[in-house]
Ligand binder design. Structure first.
Ligand code: NDP
Ligand code: MG
Length: 388
């Protein structure tokens, strides 16, 4: 069999590093790595490019091209930089691509890979939250295949693989994050350092903070709605602090199927890489006597309003989730830079979404980019008004 041609968008991040790890476990020689991309971390980008013997390494930041060239000098690996170079790299013919850039910045390069009909291992949930039905229509039009990597969605994808009966309900599990038991007063004063400290998963800084606010679960609700064609009334979030059950699917006969495994993203990444087979992976095996118990609780939508915001955005349809995603990215920037407090993030997103007309579903990707830009502008104004 020919070696599969693969690329990795966001190779320098947490998902990117885990993807490199899985590839090395399965054998670098099994794959022909075409492109790897990063942004600020040039040392990690050059290191990944060399470990995978990639054709080209691209940083999204044009100001870092010289540093990348220097880091790759003598390796024979091409270096490029900037948003257009990112898209050009994603257009290079491949069979499989990992989409693991964080935020809506991942949408254009992922679409470039979709348009060549590749298999898309999708970690970047923002593609589906911001562009939803337009993104899925592009997948369909170009004969691309979508394999969800987000652990909950990967779990559900595994659970429904052999089922022909319609799903009655989806239960997305949530760890509850580091502030699960915190009071509103404590949360109002929370620092980025406290928010980033996830109890179970080791992830990038932004998604870790999103786990603390439950914005991550909010984005995942919209993501699940698109991936599994589920309306918000059939979608539940259940807090499960141990992060052992990665999600559940309920059917009309009362059966609930659950996917269990270690809290290790290599499981979902490996499944997407080896699909339709399962790879052997050196991850921890569950010991049930050691675990002893699994706990569940209802999410608190007063302390964690993003869950309500997601449901409202799904019910509103149109561009509401796109506005929510864009406003959330600005809110997160504002929290990380100390301009707004932890609980302000949800207030900012709610006000931004409420002030914009969600309209009908977008029919083109340009409409999505416009809506994204508008919501970012409104959200930035919200922060400026408060700072003034
Ligand atoms: P990280 O922050 O660890 O990595 C993000 C990656 O995107 C890095 O390669 C970063 O480059 C790159 N990047 C950042 N900004 C830009 C930009 N403007 N243009 C192009 N590239 C950019 O994120 P994660 O790996 O944690 O998450 C990646 C995606 O996967 C997110 O959408 C997240 O929601 C999703 N996901 C992550 C999980 C996890 O366990 N981490 C679990 C499920 C989903 P650099 O570091 O060089 O600056
Ligand atoms: Mg997840």
């Amino acid at each position: 069999m020919d070696r599969r041609r693969i690329s990795i968008l966001g190779v320098t991040g947490s998902i990117g590093a885990n993807t490199v790890d899985v590839i090395e476990t399965l054998g670098v020689e099994q794959f022909e790595t075409v492109a790897v991309t990063g942004h600020a971390n040039i040392a990690a980008l050059a290191d990944a490019a060399q470990r995978l013997n990639a054709e080209i390494a691209v940083t999204a930041d044009p100001g870092r091209l010289d540093a990348l060239r220097e880091a790759l000098a003598g390796t024979g690996i091409e270096a490029a930089a900037g948003p257009d170079a990112l898209i050009e790299a994603a257009q290079r013919p491949i069979d499989w691509i990992m989409s693991a850039i964080v935020g809506a910045a991942g949408l254009r390069p992922t679409l470039a890979a979709v348009r060549q009909g590749a298999t898309i291992a999708l970690a970047n949930k923002e593609c589906l939250v911001a562009a939803g039905s337009v993104f899925l229509a592009e997948i369909e039009r170009h004969g691309a295949r979508l394999l969800p990597v987000d652990s909950e969605h990967n779990a559900i994808f595994q659970l429904v693989a052999h089922e022909t009966t319609p799903i009655e309900r989806l239960l997305l599990t949530a760890s509850g994050g580091p502030f699960r038991t915190w009071s509103m007063e404590q949360m109002a004063a929370a620092s980025p350092k406290q928010a980033v400290a996830h109890p179970n998963w080791s992830m990038g800084a932004r998604i870790s903070i999103d786990s603390a606010s439950m914005f991550n679960k909010a984005l995942e609700m919209v993501e699940a709605g698109h991936l599994f064609d589920i309306s918000p009334k059939n979608l539940e979030v259940v807090v499960h602090p141990q992060s052992i059950i990665h999600s559940m699917v309920g059917y009309g006969d009362g059966s609930i199927l659950a996917h269990l495994g270690p809290s290790d993203m290599r499981v979902a990444i490996g499944y997407a890489l080896a699909w339709p087979e399962r790879p052997d992976l050196p991850v921890d095996r569950l010991d049930f006597a050691d675990l002893a118990r699994l706990d569940f609780e209802a999410p608190d939508e007063v302390r964690f309003p993003p869950l309500r915001l997601a449901r409202e955005a799904m019910e509103a349809g149109g561009l509401a989730a796109c506005h929510m995603n864009a406003a959330h990215e600005i809110a997160l920037d504002g929290f990380i830079s100390g301009q707004i407090g932890f609980l302000d993030m949800a207030r900012l997103v709610e006000d931004t979404v409420a002030s914009l007309d969600c309209g009908p579903d977008a029919e083109t990707i340009d409409v999505v980019f416009e809506a994204d830009a508008t919501a970012r502008r409104v959200a930035r104004q919200w922060i400026e008004t408060r700072a003034a």
